[in-house]
Design a binder for this molecule. Structure first.
Ligand SMILES: [Zn+2]
Ligand SMILES: [Zn+2]
Length: 154
């Protein structure tokens, strides 16, 4: 979504749910976290990288998720009180962004026994060895893959 439209939607939703003018809206540079509600300085901040990739529906969900945090207070985290508030204002009330959402960083991280690192957007095939340790397949240098969580909300 165009970032000007994200900002306009944020102000519209924050106004509609009574957060203005006390709360402010900001963009940040996070790549693994879609949005955050900072109670200490009354700010709802969203990732410019992820919002640029998200559909309007996902942007709206991210904003409503954070607005619900602002409405119920930090102590509720993702508990039943927060979830009820989130659903009341039109969020799906899920604590996480769907795994199928676009991502700004590669979720698959591989490491060989000597510590060389690799990253992949798709699940890598098993049985590869480190190309920096050996130019052809070598069982002494297997790459261990793990999937990191790349899109959360707070
Ligand atoms: Zn290596
Ligand atoms: Zn949250």
């Amino acid at each position: 979504m165009n970032l000007d439209h994200v900002e306009a939607l944020a102000h519209e939703l924050m106004g509609a749910h009574g957060l203005l003018p006390q709360w402010r809206f900001a963009f940040d540079h996070a790549k693994r976290r879609a949005g955050i509600c900072r109670h200490q300085d009354s700010t709802i901040s969203v990732s410019r990288h992820l919002m640029a990739l998200y559909s309007e529906e996902l942007v709206r969900e991210t904003l409503l998720h954070e607005i619900a945090h602002a409405l119920v207070g930090a102590e509720h985290n993702h508990d039943a009180v927060w979830r009820r508030a989130a659903r009341t204002i039109g969020s799906n009330g899920a604590a996480r962004i769907p795994a199928a959402a676009p991502q700004a960083t590669a979720p698959w991280i591989g490491r060989c026994p000597r510590g060389h690192e690799y990253s992949r957007h798709r699940r890598p095939r098993a049985g590869a060895s480190c190309s920096r340790c050996a130019s052809r397949y070598d069982p002494r240098f297997p790459i261990e893959w793990s999937r990191r969580e790349v899109t959360t909300t707070h």
